[in-house]
Design a protein around this ligand. Structure first.
Ligand code: MN
Length: 256
């Protein structure tokens, strides 16, 4: 008996489907914009080195550059000041077993369609748990909002007073930590709401989750294809030395 052999057999027997939760890395994909006094996140940049031409007659390759938090990306605990003293909290030193974990997908599409500033609270999560069962320890909590379906020019939803996008309050984040979630994943550009600078504490997802050693996933897509419970998420960030995060390919495996 081998669990891995059984899984491989199910996979090869067409009983498992793999869903891509990743946006293409593209120079046009929006990145978070901070107030102007702060350093800024670089968008994805690409430059051709050769393409079967005099620069390289038989080969095609390119140089790319970006921020560690560009595109669909992973946040390590060291990203936030609250996580800076946690041992092994950069992408190259995190325990790899956290990169393959099941997920609960909390669907708040309707609420977000009615209010882009929707704030997820602990009561919302407890209501979800009444219908779907308690969030098991060690799982991802993924917030489905269908935000990934927005046009890119509406993605940040910037107004004069900043970005308007959904996110959790401190009570929701504390409950995720109580459930020992491996991390929190969203379809928006940050795990915190667009207006979370005004929350108490400021940026509760970043502040509390990373302070508790938890991960973040941002700019996810195709969460609408996942069941409420049990999708297996494969999300290993690039092994960047001392990295605070990285763009990555996020896959979900579900029953076919
Ligand atoms: Mn990030």
């Amino acid at each position: 008996m081998s669990s891995v052999n059984d899984f491989g057999a199910a996979l090869m027997g067409g009983k498992v489907r793999t869903v891509d939760l990743t946006h293409p890395l593209d120079p046009d994909f929006p990145v978070i914009i901070l107030p102007e006094q702060f350093g800024q996140c670089a968008p994805f940049k690409i430059e051709e080195v050769s393409r079967y031409d005099e620069r390289g007659p038989a080969w095609y390759w390119r140089n790319f550059s970006c921020n560690e938090h560009t595109g669909t990306h992973f946040d390590a605990p060291v990203h936030w000041i609250t996580g800076k003293d946690i041992p092994n909290s950069s992408v190259d030193t995190l325990a790899v077993d956290g990169f393959v974990r099941p997920a609960c997908v909390l669907d708040f599409t309707r609420e977000v369609a009615a209010d882009p500033d929707f704030v997820l609270t602990a009561d919302h999560i407890r209501d979800w748990e009444k219908k779907n069962g308690e969030i098991p320890h060690g799982w991802w909590v993924l917030l489905r909002t269908d935000w990934s379906k927005r046009e890119w020019n509406d993605y940040l939803n910037l107004r004069e007073d900043g970005a308007h996008s959904p996110g959790p309050d401190a009570s929701a984040v504390r409950l995720m930590i109580e459930r020992d979630a491996v991390g929190f994943g969203v379809e928006t550009v940050g795990t915190d709401a667009g207006q979370a600078h005004g929350f108490e504490p400021q940026y509760p997802a970043h502040t509390l989750l990373h302070g508790a050693g938890k991960f973040g996933l941002q700019c996810l897509a195709n969460l609408d294809q996942l069941p409420a419970r049990g999708a297996l998420i494969i999300a290993p960030p690039l092994k960047i030395k001392n990295g605070s995060g990285s763009p990555l390919r996020v896959l979900a495996m579900i029953d076919a």
